[in-house]
Design a protein around this ligand. Structure first.
Ligand SMILES: Cc1cc2nc3c(=O)[nH]c(=O)nc-3n(C[C@H](O)[C@H](O)[C@H](O)COP(=O)(O)OP(=O)(O)OC[C@H]3O[C@@H](n4cnc5c(N)ncnc54)[C@H](O)[C@@H]3O)c2cc1C
Ligand code: HEM
Length: 391
């Protein structure tokens, strides 16, 4: 617990730190990677290059310092951080590394303005948050280890099937090398993978794209231009190859409530929606499955969703192609905007929207849904990278 004097210092200095937060986190990461190369591999370096992760940390620090005397409002944000950390097996000893480098970065950026009293208060504030995260993460690690088929830390998996799903997306079925069962996940969750590419250890998250079956997991990966891991998985990974996986995690999961689910995905953002749709249907809910793709050649899983819809009246697929090829059969063409989405919203209300895709896609779709009167509480979305502001 912070003392009242430390809390007062944080409140007084939060605006200054907030004004320099991007510079602080921009100083912090290179410093930490230089001092502690062992933690570098756990971070996706593309999220450093485009500043998404330094910005996510800066926003977290600002939100924390601005709410230092009412931490309960941070609940959902903290849960998101915990799930991301757990998916990458972040451990308590690493908090000392982050704490030391972050305090040094604050000192470097703010210089003499950081008096011993201010350094003490920010150090105490860091450890208050760190201890909260460490405790929540330990609880999650222990809970997952205790589940049937659960585990803790890295577990060796083997690629048992590699299936192209479209011109750019390939699925990988992963079974544990030890032959045991695997824990059920909540549809919408993702795996953290650790693999070695050209002698370098790298970590990535991939959403689970098939419903839980107790034996194995499936991920479906889009080839990114010059993408390190997706390129490796597409071009070089073979059936029989092995990699490490941490237990499934994530908070983009089915919520109770609305009778109708509007699943709206763009491109490879479809992956978490596949098991989510099946779970919602099994629970007797209606699913409007809206998928946007450039054209039929990059539209994965159409056959799967069409078969599901043929067997279940509660599922309505709606495919929207931005630029269809001759012979394509989309339900809509162009980009998903207010006019196209208006006709999909059920008249009787009771709808919740789940949106996944590239940032501009999510911004446009959520903007349109909001303009159509859907409240923010009825819309959830998932980033395939650090969370960012959508505006
Ligand atoms: C929760 C979550 C779920 C996810 N689920 C999925 C999923 O189901 N399917 C899926 O395909 N992905 C998913 N992702 C994304 C995935 O984790 C990877 O980010 C993605 O596969 C790209 O990784 P990569 O190593 O191939 O690309 P990276 O090497 O990380 O590169 C990413 C992009 O940055 C560019 N880039 C790389 N190096 C440079 C450079 N030096 N200069 C400029 N640009 C550069 C590349 O061209 C590329 O377009 C998910 C991510 C998260 C966080
Ligand atoms: C109080 C301390 C910490 C805070 C406030 C914090 C905050 C965050 C935030 C906000 C994110 C982005 C989550 C998202 O948008 O999905 C994140 C991701 C991450 N954090 Fe932390 N974190 C802390 C400590 C640590 C530690 C000790 C490590 C271990 C080295 C760590 C490693 C990571 C990694 C690897 C990611 C994912 C990065 C990526 O996608 O490239 N964090 N953290």
């Amino acid at each position: 617990m912070l003392t009242p004097a430390q809390t007062a210092v944080i409140k007084a200095t939060a605006p200054v730190v907030a004004a320099h937060a991007s510079r602080i986190t921009g100083t912090f990461y290179p410093l930490m990677f230089e001092r502690h190369p062992e933690v570098r591999s756990v971070f996706n370096q593309s999220h450093q290059r485009n500043s998404a992760q330094p910005e996510a940390l800066a926003n977290a620090i600002i939100a924390y310092a601005s709410n230092i005397d009412r931490l309960e409002v941070l609940g959902p944000a903290v849960e998101g951080i915990v799930q991301k950390h757990v998916s990458l097996n972040i451990t308590p000893d690493q908090y000392a590394i982050v704490g030391t480098c972050l305090m040094e970065a604050i000192g470097r950026v703010l210089g003499d303005a950081v008096t011993p009293e201010i350094a003490d208060a920010w150090g105490a504030a860091y450890w208050q948050l760190a201890e909260l995260l460490i405790a929540a993460e330990e609880k999650e690690y222990a809970r997952k280890a205790a589940l049937s088929g659960g585990w803790r830390g890295a577990r060796r998996f083997r690629i048992v099937e590699k299936t192209p799903e479209s011109a750019v997306i390939t699925s990988f079925r992963l079974a544990p090398v030890d032959g045991g069962s695997v824990m059920d996940f909540r549809p919408g969750q993702y795996l953290g993978l650790r693999l070695t590419v050209d002698g370098e250890t790298v970590h990535r998250n991939y959403s689970l794209s098939a419903s839980p079956n107790g034996r194995e997991y499936r991920i479906s990966v889009k080839r990114e231009p010059q993408g390190l891991v997706s390129g490796y998985l597409h071009d070089r990974a073979r059936v029989g190859d092995e990699l490490d996986a941490y237990p499934p995690a994530g908070e983009f999961v089915l919520k109770d409530g609305a009778d109708t689910l509007l699943l709206i995905t763009g491109g490879v953002g479809q992956t978490p929606a596949l098991p989510l749709a099946e779970q919602a249907l099994a629970a007797g809910r209606r699913v409007i499955y809206v998928h946007a793709a450039l054209n039929g050649s990059v539209h994965a899983f159409r056959g799967h969703i069409d078969r599901l819809a043929a067997a279940n009246d509660a599922l309505t697929p709606v495919y929207c192609y931005a630029d269809p090829l001759p012979g394509d059969r989309p339900h809509m063409t162009g980009l998903l905007d207010e006019s196209r989405l208006a006709g999909l919203l059920p008249k009787d209300g009771g709808v919740a929207a789940y949106v996944v895709g590239p940032k501009p896609f999510m911004a446009a779709v959520i903007g349109a849904l909001t303009a159509l009167g859907l409240p923010a509480s009825a819309i959830v979305h998932e980033f395939f990278g650090p969370k960012e502001a959508l505006a």
